[in-house]
Write a protein that binds this ligand. Sequence first.
Ligand code: SF4
Ligand code: SF4
Ligand code: SF4
Length: 275
Amino acid sequence: MNGIRKYLFSLIMLLIFETVAVALWLTKDNLFYLFNFSYIGISIALGIFLYIRKYRYARRIVQLLVGLYMLLYLGIVSGENMQIEGFWYYLFTGVFEAATIHYAVAKIFGPLLFGRGWCGYACWTAMVLDFLPYKVPRQPRKKIGWLRYVTFAASLVFVSALFLANVGNLERIMFWAFIAGNVLYYGAGIALAFAFRDNRAFCKYLCPITVFLKPMSYFSLIRVKCDKEKCVSCGKCRKVCPMDVDVTDNSRKRKNGTECILCMECVKNCPKKAL
Ligand code: SF4
Ligand code: SF4
Ligand code: SF4
C-alpha cells in the first residue's frame, strides 16, 4: 500500500492531463487533443515516477520528451507557431486551437496549480539552455528584468502590425516567424548564459512569457515549502537554486518566489530534509 501511495502524485498528474485530453477531444471533436495531452501527461507522470525513484536525470528526461515534441512535431512538422507570436496570432483570428489552448493550459491558468512547472519540465528553450555549464548562477542577479516587458510588447506589436497592414499568407509568415523566433531565443539565451555565467539568464531577464507566468504562479497550489523545525539555516538550498529563490521563507512574497521552476534541486540537496 505504501508503495502505491508513494507514486500517488505521479498518478494524479496523469489523471489531470487525461481529463484535459478527453474533455478537449470530446468538446473539440478532434482526436489530436487526446493524443497531445495524453503524451504530455504520460511524460510528466514518468518524470515524477523517476524522480520518486531518485533517478538523477528525471527532470531532464521530461524536458526532452515534451520540449522536443513541441519544437519538432508541433512547431516544425505540424506548422503550429507555439511561441508567443503564435498565441497572439490565433487569439486575433479568434481560433481557440492548439497554440491558444497550449497557452491557456501551460502558461496562464495551469500555473495556478503547478506554478512554473512549464519552465522546469517542458520549455524547449530551457531544454537547450540547461545543457550549458552554468547550472547555478555565478553572478548576482542583475536589475534588468524590465527587459521582458520590451520583448513582450515587441511580440504583440509584430503580430498587430501584420494584421493592421493586411499582410497576406499569414499562416506561412507565422511558420517562418516560429523558426526565426526560436533561432533568436536560442542565440540570445546562449549569449546571455555565457555573459552572465548563468544558464537561466534568458528566463530571468528576457523571456516574454514570464509576463504571464510570474503573476499566475504567485498563487500556485504546488510550492516547495520549508519545515522550520528541521531547517538549520545552512544555506545549501539557496546555493544550488538556479533561480535565486529564498525557499526557506514560506510566504508567497519570498524573494524571487515567482521564479521557482520546481526543479527540486533544493529539495534534493537539503541535508536535513526540511524542504
Ligand atoms: S522563462 Fe521562458 S525560456 Fe525560460 S523556461 Fe520559462 S518559458 Fe522557457
Ligand atoms: S538546505 Fe535545508 S537545512 Fe539548509 S537552509 Fe535550506 S532548508 Fe534549511
Ligand atoms: S532549487 Fe528549489 S526553489 Fe530553486 S527553482 Fe528549484 S525548486 Fe524552486
